[in-house]
Design a protein around this ligand. Structure first.
Ligand code: HEC
Ligand code: HEC
Length: 238
């Protein structure tokens, strides 16, 4: 078994453990009949089946949220954005800096979707179906690290405004321009990784160049503060 496969198997195990944990703690009582109907409808979505069959679930969690802290939440993300990024990661257009093991952070996903012989295990149409399903899911509840300092969260909120991030991502990271990403409630570590990769011109695919001037002078500490604030925003509370 190569590393990537081991990783997927491990992540799948975690996914199962998480679903079991979810079964024990249970859903909050009082889920309305309409909400249940909505859920049922989503279950039949072909994108959901593909999401499981193409192993996305192993790393991105049962409902596009929360399996592993460094990995992005996908639930409720913009559809076009999801399609573009998935295809760019698979094709290698979107690059990433190395993780703690020294491997580019996009490598495991590429390894899961392209065979060692170079055969791509997913079609564009399948990616579109998965993105359609994911974009309809309710966004994840925020899950920031417990040890964030209130003063950093506050500083991040101010910096976000000062650096005019709202021009493209909305006042609280929850109203992006068309086909741009939602960033409110995204995972802390993931936001930091992406902001650094965009600043350092490691991630240069798609429309990301338009953001460069807004982040090029940010220090690591400031990036962490902005991420602290964004990771605490609840996109489900409207
Ligand atoms: C082996 C783990 C793994 C698998 C399997 C996997 N991903 Fe990923 N995915 C990642 C990681 C890690 C990242 C973040 C990369 C980075 O930090 O730059 C990512 C990033 C993404 C992003 C970018 C999100 C954003 O906000 O920009 C999308 C979209 C995505 N994955 C979709 C998918 C889909 C769809 C599938 C299944 C077809 C899938 N992934 C399978 C690990 C995985
Ligand atoms: C001029 C528009 C613009 C501004 C201003 C801007 N961004 Fe972005 N941002 C983008 C675009 C476009 C992307 C990615 C689009 C793509 O690849 O197609 C992006 C991507 C991101 C991502 C990665 C999202 C993900 O899911 O991977 C984060 C995090 C982010 N921006 C945060 C910020 C912060 C914080 C600021 C302020 C310091 C900011 N942006 C300012 C346009 C902008």
């Amino acid at each position: 078994m190569n590393n990537i496969h081991r990783h997927v198997v491990w992540a799948l195990g975690l996914g199962v453990a998480l679903s079991l944990a979810g079964g024990i703690t249970g859903q909050p009582l009082g889920v309305t009949a309409t909400a249940k109907a909505e859920e049922a409808k989503k279950k039949k979505h072909p994108g959901k089946r593909l999401y499981m069959r193409r192993t996305c679930i192993a790393c991105h969690g049962r409902n596009g949220a929360r399996a592993i802290q460094d990995y992005p939440n996908l639930a409720g993300q913009d559809k076009k954005y999801l399609i573009n990024q998935t295809l760019d990661i698979i094709s290698g257009k979107r690059k990433a800096s190395p993780d703690a093991q020294g491997k580019p952070r996009t490598e495991a996903m590429v390894g899961a979707l392209i065979s060692p012989q170079g055969e791509v295990r997913i079609t564009k149409e399948e990616v579109e179906k998965i993105a359609d399903w994911l974009s309809q899911l309710p966004p994840a509840k925020p899950n920031p690290p417990k040890d964030l300092k209130p003063e950093d969260i506050e500083a991040g909120k101010k910096l976000y405004k000062k650096k005019r991030c709202q021009t493209c991502h909305g006042k609280r990271g929850d109203k992006p321009l068309k086909a741009y990403p939602y960033i409110a409630g995204q995972k802390y570590a993931y936001i930091i990784n992406q902001m650094k990769d965009i600043r350092d011109k490691v991630r240069t695919n798609g429309k990301v160049k338009v953001m460069f001037n807004f982040v090029k002078k940010l220090k690591d500490e400031e990036i962490a503060q902005i991420a602290a604030w964004l990771s605490t925003i609840d996109r489900t509370a409207k």
